[in-house]
Design a protein around this ligand. Structure first.
Ligand code: WQD
Length: 331
């Protein structure tokens, strides 16, 4: 199939483009490089040894998006493009609501206009709010703690309503847990601009000596060792989950958790990183980070039953692949 991947030069988008190409699909990338780099498109083609078509556009720009749909027969869309920094979303809510909601509306309108009825949406476990773990697709969602999370919940509702109104649409809403790691080549991975917000890239930069030590945000949660528990999933497993969702799409709207179903604490991840890479990661315990929840991990059984997909790569592999990319990465 010919798949339009918005945000295809980004961290998860680039890994998904490789998985799509390796599965025999062809890829059109639309990205504005606000949170990614042009050279990533070249690396995707090098790794997959296949060409991709690329448009540098903002997917909130309806005219630019329609040019792609006019020029190519598109069989499906995977929509990653959007802003995703939780803390930044609190500071710039309008930026987040505009970018993340309008892009979804522009793309689905183009799909309707050009008769494209396969749509896979990049959602997030954040939409569950501070619910009881493990998170299950059928549970009621609670308000999230930030505008980023709200844009994902609202986009899910928009797509659900579209599917109800137009039964020809086949839509998958994929709720990611904590994507980490990198392609085994070490050529692409998570390269946040500035000081990383997320745990794994922060650990990798401490290991590299770029940052002095890891600040562990609280050790007084009711968890195995008091530190936050999350469901870390290898980004290549996540990418393969998108291909499985796309290839198993049926009419209507379908929600899937893409996680391992296993929670790991901050300190367990630090220890796994040190063991995997035979390196020390100094840390100190500091206050909790506002907005954090104690535990977040998936019930991943629905994706296994309906998509035949499970996460295969373990924490050691995630840490080894993350470190290989960090060592290779040149600013
Ligand atoms: C993980 C754990 C922190 C950094 C966020 C978004 C979510 C998704 C993934 C987009 C927590 C602790 C972290 C540090 C720490 N993004 N931590 N020191 O907050 O679970 O999820 O990223 O979809 O929507 O909310 O990920 O990696 O920031 O934190 O102790 O320097 O590590 O408290 O327990 P989070 P994270």
């Amino acid at each position: 199939m010919n798949i339009l991947v918005t945000g295809g030069a980004g961290y998860i988008g680039s890994h998904t483009c490789i998985a799509l190409l390796e599965a025999g699909h062809s890829v059109i990338i639309a990205d504005n490089f606000r949170n990614s780099k042009p050279e990533t498109v070249e690396k995707i083609m090098d790794i997959a040894a296949k060409e991709v078509i690329f448009y540098e556009i903002d997917v909130t720009d309806a005219e630019a998006v329609n040019i792609i749909f006019k020029n190519y027969k598109i069989d499906g869309v995977i929509h990653f493009a959007g802003l995703k920094a939780v803390g930044e979303s609190v500071q710039k809510p309008l930026d987040y609501y505009y970018n993340n909601i309008v892009s979804t509306i522009v793309l689905t309108k183009a799909c309707q206009k050009y008769g494209v009825n396969r749509f896979v949406f990049s959602s997030s476990a954040t939409v569950y709010g501070d619910n009881t773990v493990p998170f299950v697709e059928t549970m009621d969602l609670l308000p999230t703690t930030n505008p980023y999370g709200e844009t994902k919940a609202i986009s899910e509702r928009i797509l659900t309503d579209i599917a109800k109104a137009d039964p020809s649409f086949s839509i998958s809403l994929l709720r990611y847990f904590n994507p980490v790691g990198a392609h085994e080549s070490g050529l692409i991975g998570e390269a946040p601009n500035g000081i990383p917000n997320n745990l794994m890239p922060y650990i990798a930069q401490v290991a590299k000596g770029k940052l002095e030590r890891l600040r562990v945000f609280g050790n007084d949660y009711s968890t195995v060792d008091g530190t936050g528990v999350r469901d870390y999933i290898h980004v290549v497993d996540l990418a393969e989950g998108h291909v499985a969702a796309l290839e198993n799409l049926t009419e209507g709207v379908h929600v899937y958790n893409l996680g391992t179903g296993k929670g790991s604490s901050v300190l367990e991840l630090v220890k796994a990183f040190e063991k995997a890479n035979d390196i020390e990661v100094p840390y100190e315990i500091v206050d909790r980070r506002p907005g954090d929840i104690a535990s977040c991990f998936a019930d991943a059984s629905k994706a296994k039953q309906e998509l035949g997909w499970i996460a295969k790569r373990d924490l050691i592999t995630m840490c080894r692949d993350a470190w290989r990319f960090e060592k290779n990465y040149k600013e």
